[in-house]
Write a protein that binds this ligand. Structure first.
Ligand code: NAP
Length: 502
């Protein structure tokens, strides 16, 4: 069932070198190592496909997205088996994530049927306007051409080969070249098989989608620097993302890099809510923190409280909820090592342990640390993300210091308020700050579990994302791969079809 090859323009292509997958359970398989030559072939094929694919009626692109979803579902059992073995995530998570992946393909298919996503505009001609007549000007959003996508390690389906970045690019009319993540090459290949089946079923140009399996760093570098690539979608580490972002900016012709690089997703637990429902909030935090071994970009890694008599009880409830959590398997050995190194960094920066339980190899146990507000404000290392189930509780001395902490935050994907009616004034002072810091602000909830919908923003100021005007989840994510073009006094037969009948 697995070829172990790259998929380039409809062909399964071997490589000179191979690498062995490192599944959490089960057999390892051999996969071709990608090279810059594979990237070049894929990018050229994508460019060749673009004039045809980008010009297809929206209905045909929607049909393609729906067919990909059906082909993924048809391979559901194999995807779950390989995905679970490769990542260590439970079967139920893989099944749920597949539903999200096919759901977003179908959402985007429905969305592009509506004219709204093209943002059509017209300023009708005013031939008699004085002192100068106005020409007829019409605007439309147009696809930008081939896109590079980096599969993320922590969502082997929903942010990987046919995850949100790829699906939104195809919805926009842009061919896609994916660099697969080495953590789940078998899952990647099966999803690529599904996409190829959809391409063949509908007779689309083969270059509309290619998958280059993991390679050395030169594959990612070649991909973002390839002159035929027009933009990049990325989810991963701050270090890796920043390196690739810099390469995009340094190109002779720079291109946008839509990277999602990290967030600690702070939760502000306000005084009345803490007093009335501290134990419930602590239990909810423990559940959100340890879901998927904490390997979510929206994992709530930081809680901020105003210190007082209720805080020790809150911590006791948090520990009581976390103590029964058994060590969980992480996505890769490297991510597990990085998690432990991150915890050591916290301790080195002065955070005091509240809960530290041993876990070895690829496993992680939850850690809880605490600091005062003054300590957190004085040490920038305490604001860094530790990817995994690590919680840092910041005990501010008063409301003013809590506000100071909010001001000092870096850009976040989410900020959360836990509040009761008596907390309104405190919340009102925080809101203007939090809405400048985050892409999504929540009340009385937990940030994990990102709804895929029209109003979702999964992004935020740097380093949450490299482009605060965009989202990588929801139908607005399609906008990343479009460019506005104005047509002035254009004869109707030369206009894009959607602009003719305005
Ligand atoms: P990563 O190391 O950033 O790698 C992501 C992708 O980018 C991989 O395909 C990687 O290729 C490539 N890459 C990274 N640095 C590169 C460079 N300098 N030049 C060219 N290509 C480069 O992320 P990861 O492997 O998913 O996990 C490692 C860490 O990322 C985690 O410990 C966590 O801190 C973070 N992470 C964050 C999120 C988030 O939601 N923001 C999600 C997942 C992971 P290679 O595999 O060939 O290196």
């Amino acid at each position: 069932m697995l070829t172990g090859h790259h998929l380039i323009a409809g062909q399964w292509v071997a490589g000179q070198d191979t690498f062995a997958s490192s599944p959490a359970t089960g057999d390892s398989f051999s996969f071709a190592v990608g090279t810059p030559a594979h990237v070049d072939a894929a990018a050229r094929a994508a460019e060749a496909a673009f004039p045809i694919y980008g010009a297809l009626p929206r209905e045909a692109r929607a049909q393609f997205l729906e067919e990909i979803a059906a082909q993924i579902d048809a391979r559901g059992d194999a995807i779950t088996a390989h995905g679970s073995a490769e990542t260590g995530l439970p079967d139920a998570r893989l099944v749920g994530e597949r539903g999200r992946t096919t759901g977003q393909l179908r959402l985007f298919a429905a969305h592009i049927h509506k004219d709204g996503f093209l943002d059509l505009r017209q300023d009708a001609a005013l031939p008699d306007r004085a002192p100068l007549p106005r020409p007829d000007i019409r605007m439309i959003q147009q696809p930008i051409g081939p896109i590079a996508v980096f599969g993320a390690s922590n969502f082997p389906l929903a942010f990987s080969v046919m995850g949100g970045d790829s699906a939104s690019a195809l919805a926009a009319g842009c061919p896609v070249v994916v660099k697969g993540h080495s953590a789940h090459p078998a899952t990647s290949e099966i999803v690529a098989q599904a996409v190829l089946a959809a391409i063949e079923e509908l007779g689309l140009p083969k270059g509309v989608f290619s998958l280059v399996q993991d390679g050395r760093r030169d594959v990612g570098e070649a991909l973002v620097q390839h002159p035929l690539i027009n933009a990049v979608g990325f989810t991963g580490s701050l270090t890796g993302g920043r390196a690739l972002f810099n390469l995009c900016a340094a190109r002779p012709s720079p291109i946008p890099f839509f990277g999602e690089l990290g967030s600690v997703n702070p939760m502000f637990i306000l005084t009345q809510a803490l007093a009335a429902r501290g134990a419930v909030i602590a239990t909810g935090w423990a559940g959100s923190l340890t879901m998927g071994a904490g390997q979510f970009c929206t994992n709530p890694g930081v809680g901020v409280v105003v210190d007082g008599p209720k805080v020790d009880g809150f911590i006791a409830s948090l520990i009581a909820a976390l103590e029964p959590v058994l060590p969980q398997t992480m996505l890769t050995d490297g991510i597990a090592d990085a998690y432990r190194a991150g915890a050591a960094r916290m301790a080195h920066a002065g955070a005091r342990p509240v809960l530290e339980r041993p876990a070895e190899g690829r496993r992680a146990s939850p850690y809880v640390y605490q600091v005062t507000g003054a300590e957190w404000l004085a040490n920038a290392h305490l604001a860094e993300e530790v990817f995994g189930p690590l919680a840092l509780l910041i005990r501010a001395k008063d409301t003013a210091e809590m506000l100071q902490i909010a001001h000092a935050l870096q850009g976040q994907l989410t900020c959360t308020l836990h509040l009761d009616a008596g907390d309104t004034a405190q919340a009102q002072s925080l809101m203007p700050v939090l809405s400048r810091k985050a892409g999504r602000v929540l009340a009385n909830g937990f940030p994990t579990g990102v709804e895929v919908c029209d109003a979702m923003v999964h992004g935020g100021p740097y380093p949450a994302s490299t482009n605060f005007g965009a989202t990588s989840v929801g139908s607005l994510s399609i906008r990343r791969w479009l460019r506005p073009v104005s047509y002035q006094n254009m004869p109707p037969e030369l206009l894009p079809e959607a602009l003719r009948s305005l």
